[in-house]
Structures are given as structure tokens and as C-alpha cells.
Design a protein around this ligand. Sequence first.
Ligand code: AMP
Length: 184
Amino acid sequence: MTRLIFLGAPGAGKGTQAQRLSAESQVPHISTGDILRTAVAKQTDLGKKAAHYMNAGELVPDDLILDLIRERLGQADATNGWILDGFPRNVSQANFLDGLLEEIQQPCDFVLNLDVPDEVLVTRLLSRGRQDDTEAVIRNRLAVYREQTEPLIDFYRGRQQLVSVNGNQPMDAVTAELKRVIAA
Ligand code: AMP
């Protein structure tokens, strides 16, 4: 059983590492960013409401995200574990997730924080070339991360669930370290 939450700034490698651990552990990789990008591409109601926040590097309002997570964690493939990537993104989402996990009796095993220096993040994001990876938007996403998401490190550290891993090393080395952590 693997139930993990990934924390880390944009560009820290959460998506790549979450995907690798998901393949290894055979549990779904749940990325709110991917879900939102699909909704934008399909021009669903959610996508239409979310696009403008995403393009500005702002967080999408909680009321668009919380039901989506409740529904996704309730799906059949998530009963035996999951890896969350990009959720929670602020303290109110983390409080919501606490309540939800208690309600569905699925406690998380680890909160994994990928630690990467700012200058490396900016270089990585600029080379990624995603639609929301222009320099001004990147700067805003990093500011939003510092302000709203980074406080979650202390939120989870207080309960000794948090493990920080150096994300500024080759991808395989990061994966190996993460595997050691979750096998422990
Ligand atoms: P990501 O792929 O995780 O970097 O997410 C891309 C964008 O989707 C973010 O910049 C936000 O606009 C939005 N987003 C993803 N996850 C969340 C979330 N949990 N809460 C609010 N907005 C989110």
C-alpha cells in the first residue's frame, strides 16, 4: 500500500518522480495540474473556469479543486493507494485533505518534499516550454509557491510525516532516494 503526498516548488521534479513511483508501486499518480490541463484542452466548465488562473501562475480557487479530489480519491483504482502531485497547494486544501483521508480511512504514509534551489528551478522551468512557463508567469508561480504552498512543509513537519529529499541531483538518484524512504 502506497499513499504519498509530494511537495515541492514548480520545477522540483514532482511530476517525474511521482510518475516513476506510481509505475513502481502500481498505484495511480494523481496530478491536479494534469487533470486541470485536460479540462482546459477539452474546454469543460472546469477548464473554462481554471484556464485564466493557470495562465497567470495563480492557484485555481479551492472550490474548483476540492470536489475534484474527493471524487478522484473515491474512484475504484484509488482504493489501494495513490500518489498526490500538486495537491494540497495551500493550508486550507491540506486541512480539507486531512478530513477527507480520515473520512475514507486512508491515512497518508509520507509527505515527500523535493528540495531544489531557486536558480535551478527557473532554469528547469524555462527549458520545459509549457504554456504557463514564460518567465513572468514562472516568477509568479514561484512567488505563489513561497507564499501559499511552502507553509505546508511546517504543517506536515509538525506531525513527523515529512521527509525532505535533495531534488537537485540526477533524476535516477532522486528516485533511488525516494524508494529508500518509502521502503523504510
Ligand atoms: P502543476 O502542473 O501542478 O504545476 O499545476 C499547474 C497549474 O494548475 C498551477 O499553476 C495552478 O494554476 C493549477 N493547480 C494545480 N494544482 C492546483 C491545486 N491543488 N490548487 C490550485 N491550483 C492548482
